[in-house]
Design a protein around this ligand. Structure first.
Ligand code: PEP
Length: 250
């Protein structure tokens, strides 16, 4: 299974900036490590520019940061899976903590996005993770169970394992500079693996689980090599080509 190293650019970068960073990245990493695949999730406005920069570059793929679970219709401001496929996306993020906690998305709504995106042909990166109060209340396992059970409820039978990816992102570690410890990451990933085997028995063992939360050049290598860690989801440190290139090669 290839490690997936993913870059979430959030609400940063104009079209020109996105194009420049994507081109610099492909220059800095002329050959991806054999076991790695890269996915960049720029803002919607920069999807076409990044798609153009990645043209002909094996292993560099494009993703969108969000999606609406309908084919088309009167949903002002939203975007459909078919539109994302048309723009060159292979992946979509569903349930990022900023959408759950800032924009109020429920576990059920995230599950609808996952199911519809898979049905329409996108691969999905489903983000899960606990807040600090939930962790301190001893509810890590309960939160992960709820988010995964709802998020995976509509995964169709017969889906290939590489079409769904889980990103474990403890909310208290996102954009804060606080990285989860090695033991905390291994514990959460083991819990996620066991729920994957329960909810998706045919593919649960082979679904990739990424870690995200203040990953930087200096900690990426150690985290990548932990048991049940199959890649990284990187926010802040992916905004510059230099630091993201080092994370890819760590
Ligand atoms: C993220 O946005 O998914 C993320 C992990 O951000 P950061 O790396 O900045 O913590």
């Amino acid at each position: 299974m290839k490690q997936l190293i993913a870059a979430n650019w959030k609400m940063y970068k104009t079209v020109a900036e996105a194009k420049s960073v994507a081109c610099e990245l492909t220059d800095l990493v002329p050959d991806l490590p054999e076991n790695a695949e890269v996915a960049v999730f720029p803002p919607f406005t920069a999807l076409a520019a990044v798609a153009e920069a990645f043209k002909g570059r094996a292993g560099f793929t494009l993703g969108a940061q969000d999606v609406y679970p309908a084919g088309e219709g009167a949903f002002t401001g939203e975007i459909s899976p078919l539109m994302l496929l048309d723009a060159g996306c292979a992946y979509v993020l569903c349930g990022h903590s900023e959408r759950r906690h800032v924009l109020g998305e429920s576990d059920e709504f995230v599950g609808k996005k996952v199911a519809f995106s898979l049905e329409q042909g996108l691969a999905v990166v489903l983000c899960v993770g606990e807040t600090l109060p939930q962790r301190e209340a001893g509810d890590l396992s309960g939160v992960l169970r709820r988010q995964l059970e709802s998020g995976l409820a509509g995964v169709p039978a017969g889906l290939e394992a590489n079409r769904i990816v889980i990103a474990y992102e403890p909310v208290w570690a996102i954009g804060t500079g606080k990285v989860a410890g090695v033991a905390e990451i291994e514990q959460a990933h083991a819990i996620i693996r066991s729920y994957l085997e329960e909810f998706c028995p045919a593919i649960g063992r082979d679904v990739r689980i990424l870690y995200g939360g203040s990953v930087k050049e200096n900690n990426a290598g150690e985290i990548k090599r932990l048991v049940n860690v199959n890649g990284l989801l990187v926010g802040g440190a992916s905004l510059q080509a230099g630091s993201f290139a080092q994370i890819i090669e760590a």
